[in-house]
Design a protein around this ligand. Structure first.
Ligand SMILES: [Cu+2]
Length: 248
């Protein structure tokens, strides 16, 4: 079924669990589609005008349709309670400890994805709307001791493989949605809120970050790139960006 649906690569630890729910739902929908289709063709033939010159006002007496409806509701409840809710609960309740994870701030803005890494001190600097300029799109305070070494990238996120990622998601204007299909990550960025999202990339390579909420005229170009690299390459990335910051 997964191949039939043409699902994108599973590039995170929880991707298979999400796909399992998608596959179950599609099987249920396929059975319902075929069932309804057969029933439709049956009624066309069984109740055709030539064989039924007068209408029958008595209606259905059998309870089969009620039993079928209850069975469908039961299967839906099983998918929801046994598969969907447990998969969701892990995403929202079982965050990995921050000291064993890559922690980033992801800031959505019409029509860009900004990523901030805390730098060698491990602390994120202050951001303030009054500091926003053409070269400081997110208002990062470089005079704040915690912010001086923060690394800021636009539309390019780099992360190490096989390490959990915790992204604190926020937006500077409207509602956006942080979507990385290959990682099975999707979370709305809501004005005034900082929403944590976590996942663990398991495959190195280049992936796409999209905005999954229509957020304005430039929504179509709100596209970022995610590079998953080895732990060593990630450390080199951080030191290169740190050196560039020191040179500025
Ligand atoms: Cu957007």
């Amino acid at each position: 079924m997964l191949e039939l649906l043409g699902m994108p690569q599973q590039a995170s630890a929880h991707a298979a669990q999400i796909d399992q729910v998608i596959v179950l739902l599609h099987w249920l929908m396929a059975v319902l589609f075929v069932g309804w289709g057969i029933f439709f063709v049956y009624t066309l033939i069984r109740f055709r005008a030539s064989a039924n010159p007068t209408a029958d006002y008595a209606g259905v007496k059998s309870h089969t349709s009620s039993y079928l409806e209850v069975a469908v509701a039961g299967i839906e409840a099983i998918i929801l309670l046994a598969f969907a809710i447990p998969a969701w609960a892990v995403r929202v309740n079982e965050f990995p400890p921050e000291n064993g994870a890559t922690v980033v701030h992801v800031i959505a803005k019409q029509f860009e994805w900004h990523t901030v890494y805390p730098g060698p001190d491990g602390r994120f600097g202050r951001r303030d709307a009054s500091l926003i300029t053409s070269t400081n799109a997110i208002g990062l305070d470089r005079d704040d001791p915690s912010g001086a070494d923060d690394i800021h990238t636009i539309n390019q996120m780099s992360l190490p493989v096989d390490t959990p990622v915790i992204a604190y998601l926020s937006t500077m204007d409207v509602i956006h949605s942080f979507g990385i299909t290959s990682m099975r990550v999707k979370q709305d960025a809501v004005p005034g809120m900082e929403i944590p999202v976590w996942w663990e990339p398991t495959v190195t390579g280049d992936f796409e970050i999209n905005c999954s909420q229509l957020c304005g005229l430039g929504h179509y170009r709100m596209r970022g790139f995610l590079t998953i690299m080895s732990q060593g390459d990630f450390q080199s990335f951080l030191s290169e960006e740190g050196a560039r910051l020191a040179a500025d």
